[in-house]
Design a protein around this ligand. Structure first.
Ligand code: FAD
Ligand SMILES: O=C(O)[C@@H]1CCCC=N1
Length: 388
């Protein structure tokens, strides 16, 4: 066997994170193979659908700081691929004025000098018609935020990767990984070898990690992606400058509720609950729990009176969630030519371009551009011992 391998790097999983990683590797002249189990494009993972929120409003500083570069990298891809991927709409953040989460978001924005507007309750309805601000809630707008065109972004980054000479093989389910100086990957269409491997398999990550002696504390959740009909068409439309929104706490449920202005489906606004019920990624459609939809119905009846509180469209997506909702960006503890990007916990799309850059840096043995300590595998020591 040649010690050169077929490729410099194999990336498993062509969702947003694997696609950006492959693109970054190809930019660094690495001979890169991107393997995907489904025929592309597909709707079975976490990166499909037309829209995602992009925002700097976070309660942890490190995400807000990383978002500075993300915006630049998104703009760079827009220019390279001649396509519009980001639409600035602003993000309305609402939550109990004295809650720690709402205050943390406000502080992070102020500390990092992110342009924002605070909306006092008495002025709220003048700026945001058709929304009832809850008693005791504060409201602010992260004006840098907006909507990312997700499906279009995936097409663009995969297209740029191909232009750089990268190879995508889709419809190729990986069924084994053998670590070594050359990593051997067995997929349904062939056996491939490379000096480095990057694993970005989304909700299937632990299945892949079982081949290489590691398990992470990841939960896979089915998310009901709900669209709600405007009673008066256009009242929450992106062209009426209606913003995306994030409700950080409310009486209806303990998780965030978030929404995007109506745009992709005429007359429908997307509003989702930031959690769901556990599932196996291959059994997503058997998970039929709708308690999240009941919470959304109650919240929308109270706060969004211009929406019909019965979902008009329900689509499915998956979150892969870590216990602290921070990502996993690290090398395998025993095989440093295997890099893992996982656990994006329902908020990773906006970081895609930077995740790609960071996983590429880890794979090439370079010093990462950011402090990756919040994202290290060793923060889960109990999960390291039994499986290694
Ligand atoms: C409803 C919903 C709303 C969201 N909203 C936002 C938002 O507003 N803003 C934001 O920033 N983020 C948001 N997110 C989160 C974001 O979309 C995810 O963090 C991101 O898409 C995760 O990408 P990924 O590449 O890790 O996973 P995936 O997109 O699932 O990619 C993993 C890929 O690996 C492939 N794969 C797995 N196993 C194998 C195998 N054996 N062989 C070959 N290929 C394999 C899979 O088929 C898949 O294509 C949202 C997510 C959901 C579900
Ligand atoms: O990442 C995002 O912006 C969205 C909204 C908040 C909860 C998760 N995803």
């Amino acid at each position: 066997m040649s010690t050169e391998g077929d490729y410099d790097c194999i990336v498993i999983g062509a969702g947003v994170q694997g696609s950006f990683t492959a693109y970054q590797l190809a930019k660094k002249k690495q001979r890169t193979l991107l393997l995907e189990q489904f025929v592309l494009p597909h709707t079975r993972g976490s990166s499909h659908g037309q829209t995602r929120i992009i925002r700097k409003a976070y309660d942890q500083d490190y995400y807000t700081v990383m978002m500075e570069e993300c915006y630049r990298l998104w703009a760079q891809l827009e220019e390279e691929a001649s396509v519009k991927l980001v639409r600035q709409t602003g993000l309305l953040v609402m939550g109990p004025e004295n809650s720690s989460q709402y205050q943390a978001v406000k502080n992070t924005l102020q500390k990092n000098r992110v342009p924002m507007v605070i909306l006092p309750p008495e002025e709220f309805s003048k700026h945001i018609p058709n929304v009832n601000l809850s008693e005791g809630d504060g409201a602010l707008v992260d004006t840098t935020a907006g909507v990312l065109f997700a499906d279009r972004a995936l097409r663009a980054v995969q297209g740029q990767f191909l232009k750089l000479g990268g190879i995508i093989k889709d419809g190729q389910k990986v069924s084994d990984i053998k670590p070594g100086a050359l990593v051997t990957v067995t997929a349904s269409g062939g056996v491939y070898r490379a000096k480095n491997l990057v694993l970005t398999a989304g909700s299937w990550t632990n299945g892949m990690l079982s081949y290489i002696g590691l398990q992470l504390p990841l939960k896979v959740l089915k998310i009901n992606v709900c669209y709600w009909k405007e009673k008066v068409p256009g009242s929450y439309h992106v062209q009426q400058r209606f913003p995306a929104f994030l409700q950080v706490e409310c009486p209806e449920g303990k998780h965030h509720i978030y929404g995007l202005p109506s745009n992709e489906y005429p007359g429908l606004m997307k509003v989702c609950y930031h959690t769901g019920s556990e599932t196996h990624p291959d059994m997503r459609d058997r998970q039929s729990d709708q308690s999240d939809i009941d919470i959304l119905k109650r919240y929308l009846t109270r706060c969004f009176p211009g929406l019909d509180p019965e979902p008009a469209v329900v689509e499915s997506c998956m979150y892969t969630v870590t216990p602290d909702e921070d990502f996993v960006l690290d090398c395998h503890p025993l095989h440093n030519n295997i890099v893992i990007g996982a656990g994006f916990s329902g908020h990773g799309f906006k970081f895609g371009p930077l995740i790609g850059k960071l996983l590429c840096e880890l794979s090439l043995g370079e010093v990462p551009s950011y402090d990756l300590s919040p994202f290290r595998i060793r923060r889960f020591p109990e999960h390291l011992k039994p499986s290694l």
